[in-house]
Design a protein around this ligand. Structure first.
Ligand code: AQP
Length: 338
């Protein structure tokens, strides 16, 4: 693991799926490799579905704040906003000219999202821009949730194809690998209908107050077999049990496992026990968020410094890319035309 890149969209408030599936892993990696760990709020990705122009800037700031509250320390790692480094778009354009349309139309996320929204060309190009995000920094490792595996495979293909065509002797790009935290690769949504997702209104948000979290958890569906308090259930069929496995200690997991199967505890008791483990994880994050909300310049300063750091790397990569594909260098016009 020489250099790591990953991103998060500012499409809404960050949730425990983003935290457990991605950000928690980013924090660990940052402890190991410092400034070679690069994390990005991917605001250009966020506009591939309809967005509110009054909210986009605020959501980008909020996503940076939530990431810092979750433990990303911009003094150790690099955190920045994608639109502050325009080379992402430049490399994305180059890659789009080398990527067959059929490969993009096959992407599961494209198919899912085009059922929910009108299909914009940018939505189809999403994985090409993602490949540019990663390869601009020549990252070899991309820590993500399971839903992103297909996009990382495409990134590898784009890198392989570019190297073979334009730089076979001295490959410009590495072929990056996805790094998945298997314990939380796909955190289910509160409605138990698939993955927790900002756009599906099935989230537990990182910065949501305890009372609001309880309001959601209290009414969340459990094993349908537990109609009455005395009906035994099957923990594996209950989303609350999946959350226990992510937040509770072993004794509590054991207690709710047995309690559910024997009807020894009711679903509300089980949910109250979940709140204990959940708040143990979220309280320190929420306390740090309160600090950053009181000191917003710490967030904006981090984003400015992050963009400066990234732009240096991005410019160097783009020089190599332009040379590799044969573009005329502005400073070499004279020799060429003489
Ligand atoms: N439910 C999840 N379980 C595990 N990991 C998840 N991730 C997202 N949801 C889960 C991971 O979080 C990182 C950032 O995600 P993103 O916001 O950039 O993209 P997303 O996957 O599109 O997230 P959402 O919440 O589902 O947003 P919408 O609804 O806007 O599409 C990624 O590493 C992702 O794998």
């Amino acid at each position: 693991m020489k250099r790591v890149f990953s991103g998060i969209q500012p499409t809404g408030d960050l949730h425990i799926g983003n935290y457990l599936g991605a950000i928690r892993n980013w924090v660990k990696i940052g402890e190991q490799i410092g400034k070679d760990a690069i994390f990005c709020i991917v605001d250009y990705h966020a506009i591939t579905i309809p967005h509110d122009r009054e909210l986009l800037g605020r959501l980008t700031f909020d996503a940076a704040l939530a990431n810092m509250a979750a433990g990303l320390d911009p003094n150790k790692i690099v955190l920045f906003a994608q639109s502050h480094v325009p080379e992402h778009l430049e490399l994305g354009w180059v890659f789009s000219t080398q990527t067959p349309l059929g490969e993009l139309e096959r992407m599961t996320q494209f198919k899912d999202k085009s059922e929910q929204h009108s299909v914009l060309a940018g939505l189809l190009m999403y994985p090409v821009l993602q490949a540019a995000d990663i390869l601009l920094y020549k990252a070899d490792t991309v820590p993500v949730g399971e839903d992103q595996i297909q996009h990382i495979e495409l990134t590898r293909e784009i890198a392989r194809r570019f190297n073979a065509k334009f730089s076979p002797e001295n490959p410009v790009f590495p072929e990056p690998k996805a790094s998945i935290d298997k314990s939380a690769a796909r955190v289910p949504g509160l409605d138990n209908s698939g993955k927790m997702s900002k756009s599906k209104n099935n989230t537990l948000e990182l910065l949501e107050p305890q009372a609001a979290l309880w309001d959601k958890i209290r009414v969340a569906p459990t094993d349908p077999a537990r109609v009455r308090r005395n009906d035994p259930g099957t923990p594996e069929k209950c989303v609350i049990f999946s959350y226990h496995k992510l937040f509770s200690n072993l004794d509590t997991i054991q207690e709710v496992d047995v309690g559910c199967r024997t009807a020894g505890i009711g679903c509300i008791d089980c949910k109250k026990l979940l709140m204990v483990g959940l708040m143990e994880t979220l309280e320190p994050i929420q306390a740090r968020a309160a600090h950053f909300q009181a000191h917003p310049h710490e967030v904006t300063d981090a984003l400015v410094a992050g963009a400066e750091h990234c732009q240096k790397i991005a410019r160097e990569t783009m020089l190599e890319v332009r040379d590799a594909i044969g573009l005329l260098r502005p400073n070499s016009i004279r020799p060429v035309i003489q």
